[in-house]
Structures are given as structure tokens and as C-alpha cells.
Design a protein around this ligand. Structure first.
Ligand code: GNR
Ligand code: NI
Length: 169
């Protein structure tokens, strides 16, 4: 297993649209395991392939307390949405920044599992929030895109400053 590097805002590669995975190969299963290791190590409750600079439709999620209920979604699609919910979100690609985002409360997601088998899952609570956050990554979208223009401007400034400091040290 290997730990992967996570891209950070405002890296333009985070804006890449992921393409569907044609075949769930052994190489994909290695990537899934590496992404899970990277997510647990971070630590985070989800990780999209986009964040590790792989632009294929794959996300991993584990919202369980004991970190022993990993989900992997390949070529995921949300087929049903219900209700609305506001939750404070963070992102491994936007470190140390948190903001409230409105999402659907309950979703049904259809995807392939690590064996290439199709499955459907109904999710609510943190699991639903996290799946929606991860699926956005695959479209090149970040949770900060939902913020007001003023908040986005402040965020841009903060991260531009951090990038400059990192470059000069
Ligand atoms: O670790 C994470 N926590 C989190 C909290 C609230 C809403 C979404 C998330 S996902 C995030 C990990 C991440 O950046 N996944 O893309
Ligand atoms: Ni994220």
C-alpha cells in the first residue's frame, strides 16, 4: 500500500472532470487501497480520485466511528434526492477551512463496487453529505464553490498567501 499526495486548493487540477472507469482492474483495486490508506492517514471521511490527481470516477468513503466501514464507489450516480440539510463541511484539499453547505438530506446512489458489480445504496446523515461532497470532486467542483463571492475572495487571498509562504521557505 502507498500513501498518495493530496492536491490543494487552488490547484487547477482539482477542476478536472473525471472520466468513467471502463474496467475494474487489479490496478484500480490497488488505487482503491492506496486511497483508503491516504484517507485514513489524513485523517478524512472521504477521498475522491481527483484529489490524488487521478481523473477517473472513483471515490472512497468511511464515516464510521471505528473506521472499519469503507465504501468504494466507481462511476457513481445519484439517482434520487430528497429533502435539504445544512452541514459544516471541510475538505482535505482546502485544509483548515470549514463552512456550511446545503445538500440533499437523503440520496440514492448507484455505482460499481471493487469487483465491478453494480449496487445501489440509500444514504442519509453524514454518509449522504460525504457522498455528495465526493461526487462534486469528480466534476471538478469544491464545497467552497457554494460560498458567497465575498467569502470566496477571502479564501482565495488566504490560500494565495499560504502558497507564497510555502514557495519562499
Ligand atoms: O474529511 C472530510 N470531512 C468532511 C466533513 C464534512 C463534509 C465533507 C467532508 S469530506 C472530507 C474529506 C474530503 O475532502 N473529501 O473529499
Ligand atoms: Ni473534499
Amino acid at each position: 500500500m502507498a500513501k498518495l499526495d493530496i492536491l490543494r486548493f487552488p490547484d487547477p487540477r482539482l477542476r478536472t472532470k473525471a472520466v468513467p472507469i471502463k474496467e475494474v482492474s487489479d490496478a484500480i483495486r490497488v488505487l482503491i487501497d492506496d486511497m483508503l490508506e491516504t484517507m485514513y492517514d489524513a485523517p478524512g471521511i472521504g477521498l475522491a480520485a481527483t484529489q490524488v490527481n487521478v481523473h477517473q470516477q472513483l471515490v472512497v468513503v468511511d464515516v464510521s466511528e471505528d473506521k472499519n466501514q469503507p465504501y468504494c464507489f466507481i462511476n457513481p450516480k445519484i439517482t434520487q434526492r430528497d429533502g435539504e440539510e445544512i452541514c459544516e463541511e471541510g475538505c482535505l484539499s482546502v485544509p483548515e477551512y470549514y463552512a456550511e453547505v446545503q445538500r440533499s438530506e437523503t440520496i440514492t446512489v448507484k455505482a460499481l463496487d471493487r469487483d465491478g458489480k453494480e449496487f445501489e445504496l440509500e444514504a442519509d446523515g453524514m454518509l449522504a453529505v460525504c457522498i455528495q461532497h465526493e461526487l462534486d470532486h469528480l466534476k471538478g467542483k469544491l464545497f467552497v464553490d457554494y460560498l458567497s463571492p465575498l467569502k470566496q475572495k477571502r479564501l482565495q487571498k488566504k490560500f494565495a498567501k499560504l502558497a507564497k509562504q510555502a514557495a519562499s521557505s
